[in-house]
Ligand binder design. Structure first.
Ligand SMILES: Cc1ncc(COP(=O)(O)O)c(C=O)c1O
Length: 493
């Protein structure tokens, strides 16, 4: 009886605080209180009640009194038990319910735990985020020089879509990639591709609209579809087939509500580069079902094997296409925030949508103008990124190393990346009894001080993958591989 009253109070307080069991576990960890998953699930199911210390911790965390939580005294109005200070009720603030199903683990709870460990003086090897600068990659000199010399001309807002010179350079870049029907007016610059993913989904989606998104994905796509009221429907990219999109799965997942398909090519997290035949099949499906195509090509200048990157928009002159790219990765200037979005193909199909894009673009006034000022410099002339991605170059050699090293660890396997700087290894989950991949990354972090993101963070449904960013130098990757090899010798979940 005591247990069931306590359980219902606990659930009520958790609901009020918008906390889930996992949040309580994390709060306990932060407070260095020993509280296991099984304990908390026994509390909420009313099977057991906690001892005094845990009861106080739960009451503190949930902002209620111990006696109320225990189910004893208290007003019948539970709200009066939440965070009162004297007689003045303190209003607490919850995050928007729109965020309930939004996931962005690339900077999520495991990363927060790593930050806590670092704050406590522990060195953590971070293989979690594709940010080249901290790994010793620097911007081309010309980019820095040209930005410096233009800085005083960049004090005002620009045109909402961006500086003419930047958009002209992007237009020419798209022409060189055979993307049809692009004028300067069809180009929007943004504070990174990120801002434009958000903007493009906000302008498109009504509640219930469906968008096909790859699984695994770069999770901002799913997050922005969800935040915009749409439904992200994940299609499988097939590891057995070089991580190419599974066309049959795409077809199966199309409904009358499907508005668009997103592809990420080259792909984060898998490192895949889609061949022409696969792109053509996606175009055919989009044509058959009247879908818009969104193609995230932020890694299109980071192709490792000398192959050609093909923009899907070049194969779809009769469809409405939106292509995204930027300088964060190819010019190692993620912090400058330079991205763009290009409309191409049959623009008549999206006239009204473009009005929406223009509204949202005007509302944010413009993207960072000093950053736009170097787009022309960056896209023209010699592409210094070539020095990194050809044999002898850092990204190329690091890819070769990590691919081999991962496949040499018993129980791990990986497809060789063709572009970008990520690899997405598979874990033999039976061998290690892994059922929760996030837990695996927590355990690796605590035991070996290595920070990785699990497949779940990329909307991959099975607990059998994780992503490594192979930007660190080979010596550092070697250290990580050594520690992982040791970890997988004993780890069982
Ligand atoms: C596939 C993909 N798209 C977009 C972005 C965001 O890039 P930006 O720095 O241009 O916002 C990233 C960043 O990692 C990415 O991997």
């Amino acid at each position: 009886m005591e247990g069931s009253t306590f359980a219902s109070r606990l659930l009520e307080a958790m609901k009020h605080k918008n906390m889930k069991q996992i949040d309580i576990l994390r709060a306990a960890e932060n407070a260095q209180i020993k509280l296991g998953k099984s304990h908390i699930s026994q509390y909420v199911s009313g099977k057991t009640v906690p001892r005094e210390g845990i009861m106080s911790f739960l009451a503190d965390t949930l902002g209620v009194s111990v006696s109320w939580l225990r189910g004893g005294e208290a007003s019948s109005d539970p709200k009066s038990n939440f965070s009162n200070q004297g007689d003045i009720p303190m209003r607490t603030f919850q995050k928007s319910s729109k965020l309930e199903h939004v996931l962005y683990d690339v900077r999520g709870p495991v990363v927060e735990e790593a930050a806590r460990m670092e704050a406590a003086g522990t060195h953590v090897l971070k293989l979690n985020i594709g940010n080249p600068a901290p790994f010793g990659f620097t911007a081309p000199d010309e980019v820095i020089f040209d930005m410096q010399s233009q800085l005083t001309n960049c004090e005002g807002y620009s045109h909402a879509k961006g500086l003419f010179s930047a958009r002209k350079a992007i237009m020419q870049y798209m022409q060189n990639k055979n993307v049809p029907n692009v004028s300067v007016d069809d180009i929007y610059t943004g504070n990174g591709v990120s801002e434009l993913i958000n903007l493009s989904m906000s302008a498109l989606l009504d509640t219930g609209d469906e968008v096909l998104i790859p699984s695994p994905d770069y999770p901002l796509w799913t997050a922005c579809v969800t935040l915009s009221g749409g439904t992200a429907v994940h299609y499988i990219c097939d590891e057995q087939s070089d991580w190419n999109p599974d066309i049959a799965d795409i077809r199966r997942k199309i409904t009358s509500k499907t508005k668009a398909i997103v592809i990420i090519n080259p792909n984060n997290p898998t490192g895949a580069l889609y061949p022409r035949e696969v792109l053509q099949q996606i175009v055919d499906v989009a044509r058959e079902f009247g879908l818009m195509i969104f193609s995230d090509e932020v890694y299109d200048r980071l192709i490792l094997n000398g192959e050609q990157h093909i923009s899907i928009a070049s194969l779809a002159p009769d469809l409405f296409c939106v292509t995204f790219s930027g300088l964060s990765k190819s010019h190692m200037i993620a912090g400058f925030r330079v991205g763009w979005m290009v409309i191409s193909g049959n623009k008549r199909l999206g006239r009204d949508y473009m009005e929406g894009l223009n509204m949202l673009s005007n509302m944010r006034l413009c993207s960072n103008v000093p950053a736009q000022s170097i787009v022309q410099t960056a896209l023209g002339g010699y592409q210094s990124v070539q020095n990194y991605i050809t044999p002898g170059g850092r990204v190329y050699e690091q890819c070769e190393y990590i691919y081999k090293a991962i496949n040499d660890i018993p129980g791990l396997s990986a497809v060789k990346p063709k572009a970008g700087f990520y690899i997405f290894p598979k874990i033999d989950v039976k061998r290690f009894n892994i059922t929760d991949d996030e837990q695996f990354t927590f355990d690796l972090l605590r035991e070996k001080k290595i920070l990785l993101i699990s497949g779940k963070g990329f909307n991959w449904k099975q607990p059998d993958h994780f992503r490594i960013v192979y930007l660190p130098r080979i010596e550092v990757l070697e250290e990580a591989v050594e520690k992982m090899t040791d970890f997988f010798k004993y780890y069982r979940q």
